[in-house]
Write a protein that binds this ligand. Structure first.
Ligand SMILES: Nc1ncnc2c1ncn2[C@@H]1O[C@H](COP(=O)(O)OP(=O)(O)OP(=O)(O)O)[C@@H](O)[C@H]1O
Length: 578
């Protein structure tokens, strides 16, 4: 199957045999139901004529039994088969979605809203499932049934087949299409409204403590409920319209029954049809319309699918991340070599990067970081530090210039970046498991002794041992029971076990008091000796005389020199240090 070619057609193509079997089983189910009603109608009418012996109706009696068993069996097998195909398709769709999302996890924050991601994961794939179950399968079955009914009726009377064909066309094709046109806007509004509510709610849940502390939770609930009421109003109108459409469709069925009664009676009077067949012809209408009626509803759901499909497409069509994912595998060997050598040279060459919004975040930035060097990336808020970090991680690709590790573009690292780069950020995540497991995340093959060694390096060993359960202490959700400084030390211990050549410290001490900050930085730089360190910060705490400083401002690299040099040469730097 060619990936990236849509979310419906490739799966139909791949499963066409199974889908055909499901459709044939669906047809058999309806046909056996129709024949059952036909034979039952005949049997009742024939019995009413008081046949002399039971043998006269013996064949229809056996046929009724056989058909009812056959109908139940074929319906069961059809459902089994249908769901099997759908579950098979769904599992492949989910895997595909996972593969699309996984490499983008680091960009998610800047490119998608959480509500959007949840929407795709929770709703959209489920909706696509309905396309098959409620629209594609029923429509194919309905189409063949329509042809077969017309052929069967045509063998009795071509004129009648023509009229009934037209009548069914109006109720199966025209009414659904009209209802689609009438409800399309409402369905799109409902879907968009639900999406917006999803996003507002996600946003509010993420910032729930701020709502509570600002004392404005009532305002939020009121605004949310107001939007929900507006949506309900549209939904009520849509349901009202559907009820009207169903009412008209039911009356069309009643009309069809009357037409068949009059026609069959007429044919019987003219001697073309035995009287015992009148009921048979009338009863056959019911199982057939059972297939045709739900089609209106299936068609009116199309706008819902459209919205889901568009959202899934927007996920699969992210050019930047697709570039990285596709090229990543070609460079695996080279990346392994770089990781094994533990000798990395990071080069930024005339890098320019502009966000989709048009904001140029970096303009012609060049610098080099050799193995074992410490580079301090300094700059005020919004100057471009995080953008540099994302370019190093290969999440973004420069518009011009190069970001290379030993000559290999950072954007080729994709999933393998964790073999070369370690990142300690402002808020490392600790999981609800033991301290031992949390540290071992850095290297799942690390022995207990190695974990203890890492804990000693980051000066946490004695503290952990003093806890009643030592390294087996559970950290609870998000590692709540530890202080900010301790959490950073756990994360640092992970990095030591990871043992990568390049470590990026992304403002790891933000929010800590000056003393904890100083102790932590001292410990960090001590235990990370020999590694290349890129220390991103917006102030000068922990900086030594020989550290090389890169100062970015408004996307431009305006200072490049050691702390000592800049203090003696650069007035602005001196002021910063004051
Ligand atoms: N996803 C984005 N879309 C558009 N502009 C962005 C995006 N992310 C950042 N920017 C803009 O690019 C510029 C550089 O942002 P960046 O996050 O790199 O700064 P920073 O130095 O890391 O700031 P801080 O220290 O506050 O984290 C800023 O003006 C910012 O508003």
């Amino acid at each position: 199957m060619k990936k990236g070619k849509g979310w419906i057609y490739p799966y139909i193509q791949e499963n066409k045999k199974l889908i055909m079997i499901t459709v044939i089983l669906g047809l058999l189910t309806v046909l056996s139901a129709a024949l059952l009603m036909f034979t039952s109608g005949y049997l009742i009418s024939k019995s009413a004529t008081k046949p002399e012996t039971i043998l006269m109706v013996y064949v229809p009696i056996v046929a009724v039994r056989a058909l009812s068993i056959f109908r139940a069996v074929s319906r069961y097998v059809e459902r089994l088969m249908g769901h099997n195909v759908i579950l098979n398709i769904l599992s492949k769709m989910r895997l595909r979605l996972y593969k699309i999302i996984e490499p983008k996890v680091l960009v998610m924050e800047s490119k998608f809203r959480t509500g959007d991601v949840l929407g795709v994961l929770a709703d959209d794939i489920e909706h696509i499932q309905d396309i098959y179950l409620k629209t594609i399968f029923p429509y194919i079955v309905g189409f063949f049934l329509y042809l077969l009914s017309m052929l069967a009726l045509g063998s009795f009377s071509l004129e009648m087949a023509g009229w009934v064909g037209l009548y069914l066309f109006v109720s199966v094709v025209l009414i659904p299409l009209l209802s689609l046109v009438a409800t399309k806007r409402k369905i799109i509004l409902i879907k968009q409204g639900k999406k917006a509510l999803y996003q507002v709610l996600t946003d509010a849940v993420l910032g729930i403590s701020d709502w509570v502390f600002s004392g404005r939770q009532e305002d939020f609930i009121e605004a949310y409920e107001q939007k929900e009421r507006e949506l309900l109003l549209i939904e009520r109108k849509r349901r009202g319209f559907n009820r009207l459409r169903n009412f008209i469709s039911q009356h069309m069925v009643a009309g069809l029954v009357l037409i068949i009664i009059f026609w069959a009676a007429d044919q019987s009077e003219l001697g073309f049809l035995p009287v015992t067949f009148i009921a048979a012809f009338v009863l056959i209408v019911f199982p057939l319309t059972e297939v045709f009626l739900p089609l209106s509803d299936a068609v009116s759901q199309l706008p819902r699918y459209q919205n889901s499909l568009e959202r899934l497409k927007s996920f699969s069509n992210n050019r930047q991340s697709e570039n990285q994912a596709s090229k990543g595998s070609t460079y695996t060997e080279e990346i392994e070599r770089i990781a094994a050598a533990k000798d990395v040279k990071l080069e930024f060459e005339h890098v320019t990067f502009t966000y989709q919004s048009g904001k140029t975040a970096l303009d012609d930035v060049s610098f080099t970081l050799k193995q074992g060097e410490k580079l301090v990336l300094l700059g005020p808020s919004g100057s471009g530090k995080s953008t540099i970090l994302k370019l190093i991680q290969g999440i973004f690709v420069p518009d011009s210039g190069k970001v290379n590790f030993n000559g290999v573009s950072a954007s080729h690292f994709a999933k393998d970046r964790s073999k070369v780069i370690s990142v300690l950020n402002q808020n490392p995540h600790l999981f609800d498991t033991t301290i031992l497991n949390n540290i071992r995340l850095g290297n799942l093959n690390a022995t207990d002794e190695e974990v203890y060694w890492a804990a000693k390096q980051v000066k946490l060993y004695d503290y952990i041992q003093s806890l009643p359960q030592g390294f087996e202490t559970q950290l609870h959700e998000s590692g709540m029971r530890l202080s900010g400084g301790e959490r950073q030390r756990i994360a640092l211990a992970r990095i030591l076990l990871q043992n990568n050549p390049l470590v990026i410290l992304d403002e790891p001490t933000i929010g800590l008091d000056p003393r904890t900050e100083r102790d932590l930085l001292e410990n960090m730089f001590h235990v990370l000796r020999g590694k290349s360190i890129l220390f991103i910060t917006h102030h000068l705490a922990g900086i030594k005389q020989d550290d090389r400083i890169l100062f970015v401002d408004n996307g431009n690299l305006i200072m490049n020199g050691t702390h000592r040099q800049l203090l003696s040469e650069n007035e602005r730097y001196v002021k910063l240090n004051a």
